[in-house]
Ligand binder design. Structure first.
Ligand code: WTA
Length: 565
């Protein structure tokens, strides 16, 4: 039996110690945060200052590793640095409710910038480090963003001429040509620390993440400070974090996982957060697990599949004895990967499901409960999920339908920036948030992911909107029309595949296809560039509106794959 190949459940986990899954009440959970009763809270206070006040200032908050370079920052130092930076930002005009974008690589500077902005009650917009100028322009432009913290290298991808609202840019590594402010200089002048932290309403805006759907440009999802309740509690029960843990989330804060479970949830729980810079390499990753002594590790199926493909001998060459808990998110976790984890890493891999919009994990595998390989797990305590039919009626167990969650819950988004219609579209049936994912629930309440009900693409766990890629493709001089889909891929889950109709006068050559790919890569982002381009004479379209039928393209592709199998 497959399940017998799994490592047993963990009896000593926090959820068991705290009284089990029925012991949670969100109202009780709120009480951890004193400010809730007076409606005066601040996420950055709870992530940083609180630990210092409670005597844990000496503890390492951030442990940075990047190809031999290492740096440790204590909670004391994190408080001091976020206070100082907040004071500089304030001096330059940042105030409660302003958008502050942060465009930095995986590095403690990124965490510090985010937390400093939050200390002032600003809404922080972390941008993924691989974004190119179009992606940066769309996001900052949509919010009329006024402030940006970046570095000299990434500044080259910020089209300042197209962003008139962006009047103040701070650079973490010196000054720029266009009046950008050098933070090292500004910080050296602001040695007098004043208390700059702003208390905010629990409903006040905290962070904005742009996320893709099947149509239109990415939408800005805004979260509120109240999400701390949900993020703390899932950090404690799902990530199973204790203060002596060394925790590594592999996502960049530009993705919601990197912000919520790479910055907020672990710092709320007072652990040491590993920040790993640089690109993926199996050796580097195992080295980081060993050197930092990682105990809890949150990553994604594509990363596990890439590690698995390097062979089973590699993990044995590293001391991974400290590792005790592994989790996954972002895309379906194949049973084979769970078996690989049990056999080579000697641990269960716990799948978790949530979305940018949901603000925190909703469907989870708790360390104390049985895992059914292939299932995303069960609703987190305090969360009710269901599978609905097209009329919003609950489906019988075992029947596929729309994965929905009873709203609200503490982590749920506060709004979709300037798009109430989009926000409302998530709630087509009274009381339910509808995810856009299709799922099946079994008799015991375990949920099994069945795909999306729209055309959204998920490549390596990264959400990609086909419209955004198509819009970029047709800007290329050779491209007349384009249709983009996710094509199943054994490592990345899906890859971006584009079907392209060429303009008259252009002929298909490998060089042209490569040029088109590079065009998207160079202007939008590497992860959004089509890995495969197929030149076609025409695209299937709806009869009435002439919209490209991506579904048809996908069905053809799946048929081809099936025929080849
Ligand atoms: C997908 C990432 C299968 C899903 C936190 C969802 C998953 C989208 C899983 C959200 C999982 C996330 N199994 N699919 N465990 N977790 N997804 O907003 O389609 O980047 O709707 O949030 O990723 O992606 P997002």
């Amino acid at each position: 039996m497959a399940a017998q190949r799994l490592v047993p459940v963990v009896e000593t986990s926090n959820i068991v110690k705290d009284g089990g899954r029925n012991s949670l009440s969100w109202n009780e959970a709120k009480k951890r945060f004193k400010g809730f009763s007076e409606n005066k809270v601040n996420m950055a206070y709870e992530c940083v200052d609180r630990h210092v006040e409670e005597g844990r200032g000496q503890k390492t908050a951030l442990h940075y590793l990047n190809e031999g370079k290492e740096q440790k920052i204590s909670y004391d130092e994190l408080k001091q640095r976020t206070d100082q930076l907040a004071a500089v930002l304030k001096k330059h005009g940042v105030k409660k409710g302003d958008f502050v974008f942060v465009f930095l690589p995986k590095h403690p500077d990124c965490h510090i910038a985010m937390l400093a902005a939050i200390k002032l009650g600003a809404v922080v917009g972390p941008l993924f480090e691989a974004f190119m100028s179009d992606a940066v322009r769309d996001r900052i432009g949509d919010c009329q963003g006024e402030y940006l913290i970046t570095d000299r290298e990434l500044l080259q991808r910020v089209p300042r001429e197209d962003l008139p609202s962006l009047h103040t840019v701070f650079l973490t590594d010196g000054s720029g040509q266009n009046g950008e402010i050098s933070l090292p200089e500004a910080l050296s002048e602001t040695l007098d620390e004043e208390f700059v932290l702003e208390w905010v309403d629990a409903e006040h805006g905290l962070n904005i993440h742009y996320t893709s759907g099947s149509t239109g440009k990415p939408k800005g999802i805004i979260h509120a400070h109240r999400a701390m309740v949900h993020q703390y509690q899932t950090g404690r029960w799902v990530l199973d974090l204790n203060e002596d843990d060394v925790y590594w989330c592999t996502a960049h804060p530009g993705w919601v996982t990197g912000t919520v479970y790479g910055v907020f949830a672990p710092l709320l729980n007072g652990v040491t957060v590993v920040v790993h810079g640089g690109r993926f390499s199996a050796e580097q990753w195992y080295h980081t697990l060993e050197t930092a002594g990682v105990t809890v590790w949150y990553s994604a199926p594509t990363a596990f599949r890439m590690l698995k493909s390097e062979g089973d001998d590699l993990p044995g060459q590293y001391d991974l004895s400290k590792l005790r808990h592994i989790l996954s998110v972002g895309e379906p976790l194949n049973p084979e990967v769970i078996y690989w984890g049990a056999e080579t890493l000697k641990h269960r891999i716990h799948d978790t499901w949530w979305m940018t919009e949901t603000g925190a994990q909703l469907i989870v595998n708790l360390p104390s409960e049985t895992i059914k390989p292939g299932s995303m797990g069960r609703p987190f305590p305090g969360i009710t999920a269901a599978v609905l039919d097209d009329n919003g009626v609950e489906q019988p167990r075992g029947t596929i339908g729309h994965l929905a969650v009873k709203a609200p819950w503490p982590g749920i988004m506060k709004e979709v920036w300037k798009n109430e219609a989009k926000y409302n579209s998530y709630f087509p049936y009274e009381g339910w948030y509808v995810s856009g994912d299709l799922a099946v629930m079994d008799e015991e309440g375990y949920l099994f992911f069945q795909g999306r009900s729209d055309d959204m693409i998920n490549s390596s766990g990264e959400r990609i909107g086909p419209f955004e890629v198509e819009s970029k493709l047709i800007e290329h001089p050779a491209v007349a029309e384009a249709g983009v889909i996710g094509k199943p891929d054994p490592i990345r889950g899906e890859i971006v595949k584009a079907f392209v109709v060429l303009k008259k006068g252009y002929t298909e050559t490998p060089e042209l296809k490569e040029a088109v790919r590079k065009f998207v890569r160079g202007e939008l982002a590497a992860h959004a560039a089509p890995r495969e381009i197929e030149i076609v004479a025409e695209l299937p379209k709806t009869k009435i509106s002439g919209k490209i039928l991506r579904r048809e393209l996908k069905a053809r592709e799946l048929e081809k794959l099936g025929a080849g199998a």
